[in-house]
Write a protein that binds this ligand. Structure first.
Ligand code: PEP
Length: 249
């Protein structure tokens, strides 16, 4: 039985005070829950303070990105080692905004995954097709390529704690969610690809979560699908009440 995995990606939103305030209120409602894995991914500047606020609760901390090198002359970048130091357990890797706005390609994402795993971080590895690719019937081919190139040279042991987030690009921040059946079809395909590469045990246990305009009204339909193990929530995770309703679907 895969435990529901609910992650909030705050992107470039919230000051330290706002982030800590949110975390403290969230803890009151679900800070001791073990039935669902709740993860917050606030901006870099707030990570240490949110880590402190979450201490002693069951809510986990994630970063939104990392650089693949552990240290060096990479102005403005943050390494896996630094994220561990702030108290992060997870890191989002290959988000579509990183791919489209910052030109990240599968091989760079592969290096980031390797770096995060080598420092003990659990990656939330994002994949998904654009609208053009979907319209051209390329969805399965695109996600398969993203998986194969993204996870290139990663062993079964390496990926044990990896979470895959299927996020169709056309559904992110657009208010246009994939229909539950549409998302299920992609998730089943992804699980099948994972089975071919890593075998039954990994494919049966790995969390494959959906992202793309998830909100309190569509969460139940998505979570009712057999291969949807959780959600990565952007916009609707910024509001405390809406995020709590999603967690408590
Ligand atoms: C995301 O950023 O991963 C995301 C799914 O955003 P939204 O929920 O706003 O579509």
């Amino acid at each position: 039985m895969r435990r529901p995995f609910i992650a909030g990606n705050w992107k470039m939103h919230k000051t330290i005070r706002e982030a800590v305030d949110f975390a403290q209120h969230l803890i009151i409602v679900c800070g001791q829950s073990t039935e669902r894995r709740v993860v917050l991914a606030p901006p870099f500047t707030t990570l240490s303070a949110v880590a402190e606020a979450l201490r002693g609760s069951t809510i986990h901390l994630s970063a939104q990105n990392l650089h693949d090198k552990p240290a060096g002359a990479y102005t403005g970048e943050i390494s896996a080692k630094m994220l561990v130091d702030t108290g992060c357990e997870y890191v989002i890797v290959g988000h579509s905004e990183r791919r489209t706005l910052f030109g990240e390609k599968n091989d760079f994402i592969n290096q980031k995954l390797k770096s995060s795993i080598s420092f003990g971080l659990r990656p939330i590895f994002c994949i998904g097709e654009t609208l053009k690719e979907r319209d051209e019937g390329q969805t399965f081919a695109v996600v398969e390529e993203q998986i194969k190139e993204g996870l290139n040279n990663l062993s079964t042991d390496d990926i044990t704690h990896t979470v895959i987030a299927y996020e169709p690009v056309w559904a992110i921040g657009t208010g246009r969610t994939a229909a539950p059946e549409q998302a299920q079809e992609a998730h089943a395909y992804i699980r099948d690809v994972m089975k071919k590469i890593y075998g039954e045990h990994i494919s049966g246990n790995i969390a494959i979560i959906y992202g793309g305009s998830v909100n309190p009204d569509n969460i139940s339909g998505l979570m009712a699908q057999p291969d949807i193990d959780g959600v990565l929530v952007g916009g609707a995770s910024l509001d405390l009440e809406s995020f709590i309703r999603i967690i408590q679907f």
